[in-house]
Design a protein around this ligand. Structure first.
Ligand SMILES: [Zn+2]
Ligand SMILES: [Zn+2]
Length: 136
């Protein structure tokens, strides 16, 4: 809980119940969540716009990050090691069996070497397969 308050403070975000709850939900989830999964897990119901706006403000501060899947579905997860920006480039894993999306955040990957003139802004590396829950 104190971590969440500290995170909000570091990002100059005031402590609103919706912000606190969304961060609580995302930090206890073991996989990335869709917007509707997040809404389902909130103790109080906030209207869609409030949840959407809260997610946008977290995204713009890189408190959370999004993972875009085929077909336009988006999942959200906490950004690991926010204080260490090089750690935020990490592999995502998509489970073909349960559709779960996982941040493999302890394994940051090397930034690809790009030709002169190409300026990278974000990296998306999605590995498809079977997650640990589905292989056991
Ligand atoms: Zn799975
Ligand atoms: Zn991630």
């Amino acid at each position: 809980m104190n971590d969440i308050y500290a995170l909000l403070e570091e990002n100059n975000l005031s402590r609103t119940p919706c912000r606190v709850e969304i961060l609580k939900t995302l930090s206890r989830a073991d996989s990335a969540l869709s917007e509707s999964e997040i809404r389902d897990q909130l103790a109080y119901s906030y209207d869609r716009t409030t949840v959407y706006r809260t997610l946008r403000s977290f995204l713009s501060q890189n408190v959370i990050h999004s993972i875009s899947l085929e077909g336009g579905e988006v999942r959200y997860a906490m950004t690991p090691g926010k204080d260490k920006p090089h750690n935020s480039h990490h592999v995502h894993f998509y489970c073909n069996n349960c559709n779960g999306v996982f941040c493999i955040s302890h394994k940051p990957f090397e930034t690809p070497v790009l030709p002169k003139g190409f300026q990278p802004e974000n990296f998306d590396l999605l590995v498809h397969g079977k997650c640990k829950n589905c292989t056991t």
